[in-house]
Design a protein around this ligand. Sequence first.
Ligand code: G4P
Length: 534
Amino acid sequence: MTLSFEKEINKRKTFGIISHPDAGKTTLTEKLLLFGGAIQTAGAVKSNKIKKTAASDFMEIERQRGISVATSVMSFEYRDLLINLLDTPGHKDFAEDTYRTLTAVDSVILVIDSVNGVEEQTKRLTEVCRMRDTPIIVFINKMDLEGRDPFDLLDELENHLDIKVRPLSWPINRGKSFKGVYNLHSHELNLFEANKTKVSSEIVTIKDLSDGRLEEIVGETDANLLREDVELIDGVYDTLDPELYLQGKLAPVFFGSAVNNFGVKEMLDTFVDIAPTPLPRLSNVGEVDPYQEKFSGFIFKIHANLDPNHRDRIAFLRICSGKFERNKFFTHSRLGKEVRFNNPYSFLAREKNLIKEAYPGDVIGLYDTGSFKIGDTLTQGERFEFQGIPSFSPEIFREVLNTDPMKSKQLDKGVHQLTDEGVAQLFTQQPGNKKIIGTVGELQFEVIKYRLNNEYGASCDLVPRNFHKACWITTTNTKQLNEFMRLKASEVAHDKDGNPVFLAPSAWMLQMAQEKYTDLTFHLTSDFKTAIGA
Ligand code: G4P
C-alpha cells in the first residue's frame, strides 16, 4: 500500500442526508454545496424534488429522472477533504431507493423539522441506519419557526429513534424571538440574522456563561435561561464520545435554520472532524478493508437512459477497496465475466465528468447495457459478493397481465430490466409463470406502466393482488418447506434469485404460518438477517 493511496482514502467522507419530506433536506444540501464551492448560487439543487409531483404527471417524472442522475452524487471539497454527498429521494414511494443508497454511505445527517419533530419517514430511515450502525449527526431545522421545546425534541429523538443524543449547540429561544445558538464545544455565541445568501458573521466568543456581555447581547431573560439550559445539558447528557458516535450509538445534535444558512457551518465543521472515512464492508468471504490493494465495489443504484433509442443505463458503483482505473479489466463477480469501462462518469464538477481513477468511498457511474443488477459486485479477479443490500418487503402488490400478445417478449424484457434497476420487486408464481410486482408506493406502478410503454413498447394491466407482506423463507427442513409451498401454492412465489417467498395475505395469516411451520423462518428483508419477531 502506497502512502498516496492511503492519503486518498483518508481524505474521503461519503454520506447521505435523510429526512421526512419537507424537513429541509434539499435546502441543507444546497447550503453544504455552497460551502464546498460546488455550486455558485442558491437554488441550483432546488429542482431536485419529486415530492410534490402528482402520480400521473409523467413528464414531470421524466424530467426529474434526468435531474436526479446529475444530483445522485454531489462531490465537493472542503477543508482538504473530498466529500461525497449521495442524494436520497424525498418521496416516500421511492423509499426503497433511499434504503439502498444508505448501504453506500459511511454516515448520515438526519434533518428534523423543529415544528414536527420525529416523523414517520424519519423513523423508517433511522431504522435502516441502525441495521448497519451507521453514524448519525442530527440537524434540528427551522428554528426560526415556532417549533417545539428543544428538550422535548431531544427526548423524542432518544425515545423514537432508540439512540442517545448529545446537543453540541443550543438555541436561544425560537420562532420570532430566535436569537441564535450557543456552541457548546467552542463556547461561541452565533447570533441569528435571517439571511439566505451568506453565512451569519456575528459570532461572539463567550467562554464563561456568567460573562455579563451575555445579558447585553440577548437580554436578561434569555441569558438566564441559556445558563440554566446549559447547566441542565451538562448534567443530563454525557460529553460527546466520538467512538460511540462512530458505533452509531450516540448522535450529536445541532440546531439551526437551513434556509437562512444558520448553524449549518458549525455542523459541517463537526462532520468533517468526526465523520468516518471509508469504512470496511461486509462480504460473503468476510470484511473487505478499504486499504486493501485489490479493487472491489458494488452497484447500489441503476438509472435507465432517458432516451428510448439508447438502452444503456448508468450503474452507480460504490468503491469499497483498491483503486478503480479506467479501461482496466475487472471481474463481474456474479457472471464471472471480465468487464472494463472506457468512460466512467465522475460527479466532481471540475473533473469534467470523465475520470481516470477513483478510490474507496467514491461513487462512479458506469455505462451498462444490461449486465448489472442492484447489489452486483465488481472485483479484481476474485469471486465474492458484498452483503447488506437487502430488498425490503413491498407493501403493494400487482399482477402483470399482458394486454398486447404480440409484445409479450418486450413486456418480459421490460419487467426484468426495470426490476433489475430496483424500480420494484418481481416475484414469479407457479403455475403459469405469473409475474407479481411489489412496491412500497403507488407512484412506482405509474412509472412502471409508463416506462414499459415508452421504452419497450409493451402494454399491460397491473391488477391488484391482496397481499400484506412478502416474507422470504429460510429453513433447514426441506420437507416442511416443500409441504408449505404445496399447500400455500397461491400465496407463495420466488424472487428474482429463486428464493422462496411467502406472500402473506394478512398479518394474522403470517402469524398462523409461523406458529404452524415451526422450522420455517420468515424474514421481512431479503438479507435474511432479521427474522420477524427477532
Ligand atoms: P425536503 O428536501 O426535506 O423535502 O425539504 P426542502 O428543503 O424542500 O424544504 C421544505 C420547505 O421548508 C421549503 O419551503 C423550504 O424553503 C423550507 N425550509 C427549509 N429550511 C427552513 C428553515 O430553516 N426555516 C423555514 N422557515 N423554512 C425552511 P417550500 O415553501 O416548500 O419551498 P420554497 O417555496 O421555499 O422553495
